[in-house]
Design a binder for this molecule. Structure first.
Ligand code: FAQ
Length: 311
């Protein structure tokens, strides 16, 4: 069958909401886009462990430490499900990790910002996981089967992450003047970078149109960003805190909150590797990879020994 006919059949399958599975025929560009997005997503989970990992040894109580530890471990698990889903598209995990470590692969801009105080653990959970969930709920219905299935489990865990973040801030918001100030400061620093997580505005998004046609994405970057702003603008009232945007205002005609201009220059700067912590994050990943070499070698040797026994 000619590739164009195959392409038409493929689109019909997508339109009928039939999931695409690893052994099915798919256009090269569909394979490439999924591989790009899923591997970027996996890298984000793994690099995303670092800003919070920074606070595990400094959590204020044993209980807080156990919760944070569990959250960071969940993120490692998410990375693993996602690398496995990406591998079904034909690239090895070794190659994906190499691409991350040599700076070729992207990961979410948000993880290039520093976590300066304990309140940042709350802001990351509430805002960063909150933004992640909105995007990921949509991805539970993405057209590539292994990605959609991985997202279902990830979303269940992410909602716990968001609640624990909000609860950290809720406690601080009812605390001393210094704790309240710490809470507000963390919100101020994480608000704008969280909005950037959804990607460039629709008019500058290179992949959205095709990804929406293939139902990899179900909503545009701007649609999800607006949904997030509408949700957080209400939740912040419960904390008795404010969002650092003097243009934030309910618009009864649009039935959405209006908001100020995002600093896109800052966004692209971070994406290109020049954010406050890009170098630190990649250095940490490379170091962990080098120091873990003996584990990989031991695991390979063990697997080879077992295979030899079976043969
Ligand atoms: N950072 O054409 P579009 C988490 C790139 S959640 C860096 O609109 P697309 C959980 C984009 O790759 C965070 N780069 O792209 C957690 C593209 O460049 P390329 C991860 C970005 O793919 C919480 C170019 O800009 N979530 O980890 C960003 O259609 C707490 C043009 O953009 C996901 O990855 C950015 N923010 O839409 C863990 C979700 N935005 O690749 C630990 C899955 C855009 O052509 C702690 N991914 N770029 O060279 C997606 O849904 C999509 O990939 C978007 C971007 C929405 C991120």
């Amino acid at each position: 069958m000619a590739t164009t006919d195959m392409g038409e059949l493929f689109q019909q399958k997508i339109d009928k909401e039939i999931k695409i599975e690893p052994r099915d025929w798919m256009p090269d560009a569909y394979r490439k886009t999924n591989l790009r997005q899923i591997s970027q997503h996996a890298h984000s989970e793994i690099v995303g462990m670092l800003p919070e990992g920074n606070w595990i040894s400094r959590a204020p109580t044993l209980k807080r430490k156990a919760i944070l530890l569990a959250k960071v471990q969940d993120e490692a698990g998410h990375g693993l499900y996602l690398y496995s889903a990406a591998e079904t598209l034909g690239m090895s995990r070794d190659q994906m990790v190499a691409d991350l470590n040599n700076g070729k692969a992207k990961y979410s801009s948000i993880f290039n910002y520093p976590t300066l105080t304990w309140a940042d653990m709350g802001a990351v959970g509430w805002l960063v996981d909150g933004a992640a969930i909105l995007n990921q709920v949509m991805l539970c219905r993405t057209s590539y089967g292994p990605y959609a299935r991985a997202m279902v489990r990830i979303c269940k865990e992410e909602s716990f992450h968001q609640r624990q973040g909000f609860e950290i801030l809720l406690v601080l918001s009812k605390g001393s003047a210094a704790q309240k100030a710490m809470c507000q400061d963390a919100i101020n620093r994480w608000w704008w970078p969280s909005l950037m997580m959804f990607g460039p505005k629709d008019s500058e998004s290179t992949n959205s149109d095709q990804s929406i046609q293939w139902k990899i994405k179900r909503k545009t970057n701007d649609e999800l960003r607006q949904q997030f702003i509408d949700m957080i603008a209400e939740q912040v009232k419960i904390l008795g805190m404010t969002l650092p945007d003097d243009k934030l205002q309910w618009n009864p005609e649009r039935k959405h909150y209006d908001f100020g201009e995002i600093n896109w220059e800052e966004f692209w700067n971070v994406v290109k590797g020049n954010g406050p912590c890009n170098k630190q994050r990649l250095d940490a990943r490379r170091k962990a990879h080098e120091e873990g070499a003996w584990v990989r070698e031991a695991a390979k040797a063990h697997a080879a020994k077992r295979l030899a026994k079976v043969a």
